[in-house]
Write a protein that binds this ligand. Sequence first.
Ligand code: SF4
Ligand code: FES
Length: 187
Amino acid sequence: MTNTITLTIDGKKVQASPEATIQQVLESINKPAPLICAHEATTPEGLCRQCVVEVEGWRVLAPACVTKVSAGMVIHTASERVIRSRRTILEMLNASVDLSESPELQSQMDEFGANRERFPEAKTREQDVKDDNPFFVRDYEKCLMCWRCVQACGDDIQYTYAISIGIDGFICIVREHVGVVANAVSI
Ligand code: SF4
Ligand code: FES
């Protein structure tokens, strides 16, 4: 490999491109961080923080999907701080969003020992399913606000800008734009 740097991940030296993100390097050694908002087809935005890792000397945990590696970095992917952060994010998400039909997140909750009853008083996104147009049904109870659908309709795939994030009461929602929605990708 030309033009590589060396960093340490969980005690092992790893060579990587200086252009790579931490997640790309973790994937190259079969240790990918768990993702919620990032997807291979869309530009990572670092929204959910589920992919965080601990970098020695850094005050805050680093989101692996958007953080570039640098020479000499010492990374811990499974420290107590990392596990606690991922667990708490899942617990907060689960408290407000219906994750019952998300096997990937159910599996993450099992993996990180999330307490599904941790925040019983949390406000939820509970509301009726919206089926008011011929293109798609919207069930906001299940929306994680991961942004993927907005990105897919925008610069990452379709350039129709058919939907965006808006505010409805106390929650953010994915909102469609009349006139261009017919060209939107399916969500
Ligand atoms: S509707 Fe969009 S923002 Fe909500 S979970 Fe699905 S892809 Fe993510
Ligand atoms: S997956 Fe990295 S911030 Fe969401």
